[in-house]
Ligand binder design. Sequence first.
Ligand code: GTP
Length: 370
Amino acid sequence: MAPTDGDITHTGTPDGSVQAVILVGGKGTRLRPLTLSAPKPMLPTAGMPFLTHLLSRIGAAGITDVVLGTSFKAEVFAEHFGDGSKLGMRLSYVTETEPLGTGGAIRNVLPELTADTILVFNGDVLGGTDVRAVLDTHHSSGADVTIHLVRVGDPRAFGCVPTDDDGRVTAFLEKTQDPPTDQINAGCYVFKRSVIEEIDAGRPVSVEREVFPGLLAHGRHVHAHVDTGYWRDMGTPEDFVQGSADLVRGIAPSPALSGPRGESLVHEGAGVAPGAVLVGGTVVGRGAEIGARARLDGAVVFDGAVIEAGAVVERSIIGFGARIGPRALVRDGVIGDGADIGARCELLRGARVWPGVTIPDGGVRFSTDV
Ligand code: GTP
């Protein structure tokens, strides 16, 4: 069953002077094999496609005109969200036949852009940033482009963005081993529409490696909006699991989730046998079955999956319709859709099982017990 989108209500005053663009065309290779069947922004997260959380945040800021820049598995987005009216938004789609990269994708949606102020989001960022505050920073500085920045412990895997005392961006250093600051690109930008017109059309362009360094080299005004709200790039299995758990526990904000939040979230039609333990922000999808004495800690169990009696699943994603056999252990793993993991198997430390693969009982072990 397809995930639903919850109840989204807009708290912001509708603002027609701003349009949003969400980049959702990436292949999501780091989340394979889950992204072989679904694009990353459509993976179920706390019971709904990840993108619903981002759309609800944009809607809550009063921005209702949203363009999705699609490429990989483009049709899946329109099939689920349609024209956006169920979310109280106007959604449109622009599809690249060949992926154009993050900058090329922004340029490619230009025909859909009528507003002068364009808010651009990576489609895989879970955040609590105040969208209106980012726009306010952009308008008050008069910048050509404003980049939302967050501070992280290890900036090396991200775009490192130093700024001067006035908050102007002085450099854009994508994935540098020697970061001069802990401020990183949070994957949310405000562009003047005229700047998007300057990006080369019809060829792959990286916004991080080409557009931002190019603007800075030409002395253009690129400004920073730094904040300390919740932020997580959901691109890896570790981050996806953590972000999902944070949504379930209420650590990560989402206007799409209402009601109290706790240690686990069990969706309709799922069965949880007596003695099963669900903790750590575990999510159990629709129609999934959890056996007696199974222990799930920070598990993301997609719809229709089965966790048999006594199995242990920790910080792992179990794909649609997969089965984890009795007393098996999955820790820090990704199990593809429909895979079948035999009894007593042990899959640890980043193990990834491809869709439909069957591992016989006791077939993979890290220990020598029988
Ligand atoms: P990895 O392959 O795991 O790096 O994931 P990814 O393909 O999603 O790339 P990345 O996380 O760097 O992309 C950041 C955001 O830009 C994601 O929301 C992607 O969907 C999106 N994106 C990346 N490349 C393209 C592209 O060529 N076209 C479009 N439309 N979106 C893209």
